[in-house]
Design a protein around this ligand. Structure first.
Ligand code: ZN
Length: 290
């Protein structure tokens, strides 16, 4: 493979709680995919919503990643420090007609089958009450290629699917921040959980509106618990034990169907990661959840 376009990947957790096994699997997959292509791997903390984020969670996540030998190529970035860039992106989108103000409540939208009763998209939103800013999607039969899942087809419905960019409460929304940051950081490849697969077609339109080249995407299956729920703070996933990083990474390699030899469990974190980089396979691998 030529390296004309250097690989830049990232792991971008929301600090809603300590790192759990599902996040470790995603972090490890993105790390191995980047390192196996001599790429750079970055960490970005997606701390957009202080109401859902315990103050200690960011430190816990970074400590866990350190304990597991997953060190970023550049200093860790924080979305909470990028507000100016998000404002600029929203200004650009508003000026170009790609975004609009919307004071509709969820209830109003539901009652109106997802359409805006106030004709928000035509700039009829009264600004005297709290409003969100939404992205104005085009109707689209979106086709794109996932590096693991292959050809994808997603239907995008204008107005009905329009994602929020800036919430009524004043917080920036995921769909804006993730695209703006991936552009600003020059991210070329995104490896993430398949729970975010449905976001991709909308994000492609936001990339286009911001006149940027979208990354390649690779979606891995999310890790579920015995009840079939995604491991998350909501499903009470336990925090990783930082005292057993080799065992945790070995289990994560198994979840990623890398078939690590049992002898790796007795070695160091560094040795395990080195083996995993050399042997990393995503093409055709049947990535499984536990
Ligand atoms: Zn509206």
């Amino acid at each position: 493979m030529t390296n004309l376009h250097p690989y830049r990947g990232r792991f971008a957790p929301s600090p809603t709680g300590p790192l759990h096994f599902g996040s470790l699997v995603t972090a490890l997959a993105s790390y191995l995919e980047a390192k196996s292509q001599n790429g750079q791997w970055l960490i970005r903390i997606e701390d957009l919503d202080p109401l859902r984020e315990p103050a200690e969670a960011t430190g816990q996540i970074l400590t866990s990643l350190d304990a597991h030998g997953l060190f970023p190529s550049e200093p860790v970035q924080f979305q909470s420090r990028h507000h100016e860039a998000y404002h600029a992106a929203i200004e650009h989108l508003l000026n170009k007609g790609y975004a609009y103000c919307c004071s509709c409540s969820r209830k109003q939208l539901q009652a109106n089958f997802g359409r805006h009763p106030q004709l928000c998209r035509d700039n009829h939103t009264a600004r005297d009450k709290p409003f969100a800013i939404r992205f104005a999607l085009n109707d689209d039969q979106c086709r794109w290629h996932d590096q693991l899942l292959g050809p994808q087809h997603q239907v995008v419905q204008a107005e009905i699917d329009d994602p929020v960019l800036l919430r009524k409460e004043g917080f920036f929304a995921y769909q804006l921040a993730v695209v703006a940051d991936d552009i600003a950081q020059g991210i070329t490849h995104v490896v993430r959980g398949s729970d975010l697969l449905d976001m991709t077609a909308q994000q492609l339109q936001i990339y286009h509106a911001l006149e940027a080249t979208p990354p390649h995407w690779l979606h891995i299956p999310v890790i579920v618990n015995s009840q079939g729920q995604k491991l998350s703070k909501q499903s009470h996933a336990p925090a990783l034990d930082n005292q057993t990083p080799t065992a945790n990474l070995f289990a994560a390699l198994n979840a990623l169907n890398q078939q690590p030899p049992p002898s790796l469990q007795a070695g160091s974190v560094e040795y395990l990661l080195e083996w995993a980089c050399i042997h990393w396979k995503h093409q055709g691998a049947n990535l499984t959840s536990q």
